[in-house]
Write a protein that binds this ligand. Structure first.
Ligand code: B16
Ligand code: MG
Length: 218
């Protein structure tokens, strides 16, 4: 039965991907190259250092470990400048109502994000209280598609993975959910999120009852 819902942050609760893109692009530009919004898709759900590695590969740039740390820190500063401007209006449509309905139904709610800035973002959008547990990039050692982040979430909510549903916008996140023995709802395009059990384009088009039905008569 459905006992808990685990939510990715970037791309599911809010759209910070555009801020990541702007900050990474500035880094690339300062290193003398550019990359496209299409390439940026590959960075969704991927950790900061792994994202940097990919971008450096695209630009054919080699850096020492120390330089990598410095550039990653710079990127994060630029990114945080955008995050600090965020307001509660940026919560994606339907998200608050959906979480309210879960709360009323007594279903556990956890965050499962790769971001080390997750708490700060939740604070900015006034959603720290919306989650019973927050698992983010400061708690994990392995990135999605490893299921670690979601397994920690299920554990924090004292639920079995089989009773959990993950909401994810990234292909790697859907895979992580399945590897953890959980169901996965894709948030985005069905053409991209082909492995998801169900795909929604926005929370405005779903409800707890509808989802339970779709996910094998929960
Ligand atoms: P940070 P999610 C992920 O968040 C983003 O999708 C990804 O683009 C980012 O690189 C990663 O967090 C790490 O973020 O630099 O803030 O630690 O989608 O798992 O909520
Ligand atoms: Mg995401």
């Amino acid at each position: 039965a459905l006992k808990a819902c685990l939510f990715d942050l970037d791309g599911v609760i809010v759209d910070t991907a555009i801020y990541h893109f702007k900050a990474w692009r500035r880094l690339a530009n300062e290193l003398g190259f550019d990359f496209t919004e299409h390439q940026n898709e590959q960075l969704k759900g991927v950790s900061r250092m792994e994202s940097l590695e990919l971008i450096l590969q695209w630009g054919g740039v080699t850096l020492s470990d120390e330089e990598k740390q410095q550039w990653a820190a710079r990127k994060n500063e630029w990114y945080l400048a955008y995050v600090n401007q965020m307001t509660p209006q940026e919560v994606l449509p339907g998200v608050r109502d959906f979480l309210d309905s879960l709360r009323k139904a007594g279903i556990g709610i956890a965050l499962g994000s790769a971001s080390k800035n997750a708490r700060l973002i939740l604070e900015r959008i006034d959603m720290l209280d919306a989650f019973d547990a927050i698992i983010d990039g400061t708690h994990t050692t392995k990135s999605k598609p490893d299921p670690e982040v979601f397994l920690l979430g299920a554990q924090a909510l004292h639920q079995n993975p089989a009773d959990c549903v993950v909401f994810e916008d990234a292909v790697a996140g859907i895979e992580a959910a399945h590897r953890g023995g959980m169901k996965a709802v894709g948030v985005g395009s069905p053409e991209v999120l082909t492995e998801a059990d169900v795909v929604i384009t926005a929370f405005t088009e779903t409800s707890l009852t509808k989802l339970s039905d779709e996910l094998l008569g929960w």
